[in-house]
Design a protein. Sequence first.
Length: 587
Amino acid sequence: MKQSIALDILKTGQNVFLTGQAGAGKTYVLNQYISHLRTRHIPVAITASTGIASTHINGMTIHAWSGMGIKDHFTKDDFIRLKSRKTVIDRLKDTKVLIIDEISMLHARQVDLLDEILRTVRENDQAFGGMQVIFSGDFFQLPPIGGKGESNKEKFAFMAKSWLSAKFQVCYLSEQHRQNNQDEIQRYGISLTDILNQIRSQTVSQTAINTLLATKNNTINLNRTRLYTHNASVDKINEEALFALNTPSHTFECTTFGEKALIDTLKKNVRATDTLTLKKGAKVMFVKNNPELGVSNGTMGEVVGFVGLDDGTKKTANHSTPPIVRLNSGQNVIAEPEEWTIEDADGQVLANYTQIPLCLAWAITVHKSQGMTLDAAEIDLSSTFETGQGYVALSRLRSLDGLKLLGMNHQSLRLDEWVFRVDKRLLDLSDEHERHFTAMTDDAIKAQQTAFITACGGLTNIPTKPTTPPKTINTNTLHATKVLIQQGLDLDEIANKRHLAKSTITEHINKLIAQDGVSDYERFAPSNQVLADIKAVLNDLESKGELDDPPKLRPIIEALPTPYPYHTVRLALAFIRADKEDYDSHP
């Protein structure tokens, strides 16, 4: 099914399962639909099965959104506690469209619990309480974590009772938007897309096998990712490589806040480690998206230093002395601590986990590679022990040019037989749903789409060029930061007191400067040198006609002669914008 048809089906308000192989454009279609809903003022909840997956669509976990937490069944007392959480209840009642990405990693029991929660809270006995539900994912990815002795058949979301009652329209995307097929075919006689499709259909040809094995001789970028099937192999490689570096080590400990159960949920859903030891020269990978730095979950680089620390210093590293990372693109960025939080609907933090968003990345497991897109990877499948591992590993890559396959065994290209049969059925259903949908007239489709917008209380007439409302910060949390500023606390103290990252506190200060003026916040102004450097970059970008309004951080950070933390750049822009004349003389 083409992306355009899937998007049109989504707009009719039917429940949809959106699937297809890596690179087919599932996230693109979701983002297009989210934009469609927002411009029509239809409340949409954007969630994912894990915290890792949720970063790709700027959402939150379904566990946090729904209030189910780490449970997979609710007692009467659980429902009583849930109903006492007004913000969660309001959220569940107000939402018209619920999106869950990476549904393959959500256990069937949790799908059924979600259905029970929504039916109960919304007092509506339709599937999922009557809201439109969109599941997105690929069941050829590795299965969800289950109980001891559980088979895959019991784990997958499509085994939930609520899956049947929801009557999902299956949209199986068939277009490929990741690999450049023609160039590959000229070089190899076959493309990676063709090989992945052969694996999906379990008709792998000898040509495909020979091509994969021949990539052992490929010369790929030294900054490549190394994927292994076992944690022990990955840990050994990373530890040995770190030990071999003849530079001082610096250790960063995570900080947490909130109830233990919520913190444990966060820890399960992030790739950051509680204790992170780094050295100059360490190969690292970002484990959280940061659009301001131009990094995403999976961006690779090398540690080239630490803010405020020299190689010979004895000063202990901490979150205020973060590592400087040279990305594979050549850009230097500062890997400031990031926060993973569970919040209520008013933005109040219930639990927080803060750590440098990096992991050692000379090697990573195939399991941890899920959701990534890699330019180059050295992969060892010779110890494959689970069906689907080979498919997951190979589908991370853009093309065969970036693959160096060290070896594979008889299990490497096999898929779960039962999931394979289910996938064939999903493909047949998608074809059936497409034929039925495309047989409708354009007027009938438009009428159905308009009826859904009306039923949701949305706008049927929208401006030609809709504007996106600016991001707002909850006034309660903004006031809490202001109170601490008035008490004389510095940036680090406020961040620690509020259990928030400095970047979040900086955003609050920027809002407060815009709201109150600069006089109460002058002590947060960066130094003359920082301001001069940033002003010079702004002037240069303006002279080239490349300065955005408001200025975007990434072009400024890339152009700076010295990398500054992005919270420092944010503050500088706020002061420069507020009163351009006064800060040349600021001490």
